[in-house]
Write a protein of this length. Structure first.
Length: 274
């Protein structure tokens, strides 16, 4: 993952460097005040030739589904097979800040993922739901290969929703391997439902100090104690062991989020240990 605290202009050399490694995915961020996900994904796709670029995560309350489908459809046509699109509830405090909070975040997310998916498949969509209203809307240039839509969620009802309407689920940073089997069970879905797990990465000494701010913020988001926020940390071998444990517990893709200086150096060390 290209961390949100890194300057946007450094995404270009970061992506180009990763494109020459064995990494499969590069995930970009959309967080209020930091950076826009569509422009970041477009930038990363344009300067690479191999990587799948993941959008993590477009908040449904900020995105009209017709416009979101248009943007994703364009990227999928220009870069076929190289886009994964995450859509989530959005952080509710941030949604209130911009006047985008809705009475039923769960209903909005289901309607958004459903509508965007149908539009990307080239179908005309009429939907008069609780939050989404479309009347015979269709894409003129739908992609031949629609990108997978993944729900970025964490609660039990939202996980079940993801299993019903999305092609994959994104699990936030801090969830450990011992929790993943239960998460998989709540999601349901089929064998093709992709489970992407985000995890903090810090290789080297002073992990507690370097990651304190990120861990405390994530602990508040997850509703757990900071000590219970799982991460890939310590030596390169210890960090690799954590990634392998996530894979063994059911993760299809693990996206590491390097915290602290030299993010590419940390990724390189992790890849060597793996």
């Amino acid at each position: 993952m290209y961390d949100r605290d890194l300057p946007p202009e450094q995404l270009i050399p970061f992506a180009r460097t990763l494109d020459e490694t064995s990494v499969d995915d590069l995930w970009v961020v959309e967080d209020l005040g930091w950076t826009g996900g569509i422009s970041s994904a477009a930038t990363a796709l344009a300067v690479t030739s191999r990587l799948r670029v993941g959008l993590g995560i477009a908040p449904a309350p900020l995105r009209n589904p017709a416009l979101l489908a248009m943007e994703l459809g364009n990227l999928a046509r220009v870069h076929p097979g190289r886009l994964a699109a995450g859509i989530g509830h959005g952080v509710q405090e941030w949604m209130r800040q911009v006047g985008a909070a809705v009475p039923s975040p769960l209903g909005l997310l289901e309607e958004t993922i459903t509508a965007v998916g149908e539009l990307l498949r080239g179908r005309a969509v009429t939907l008069h739901g609780t939050s989404v209203h479309l009347d015979e809307v269709a894409l003129v240039h739908p992609p031949a290969e629609p990108p997978p839509l993944l729900a970025g969620v964490k609660g039990p009802r939202s996980l079940a929703l993801s299993g019903r309407v999305a092609q994959g689920t994104i699990i936030p940073e801090g969830v450990g391997p011992e929790q993943l089997p239960g998460v998989r069970e709540r999601i349901g879905g089929g064998e093709d439902h992709e489970l992407v797990v985000f995890t903090f990465l810090h290789i080297g000494s002073g992990t507690a100090e370097v990651t304190r701010s990120a861990v405390e913020g994530q602990a508040g988001f997850l509703g757990v104690a900071p000590a219970d926020v799982a991460m890939a940390s310590g030596t390169a071998e210890e960090a690799a062991a954590h990634v392998k444990a996530l894979w063994a517990a059911g993760a299809d893709s693990v996206a590491v989020r390097p915290i602290g200086p030299d993010p590419l150096g940390q990724v390189t060390a992790l890849l060597s240990a793996l």
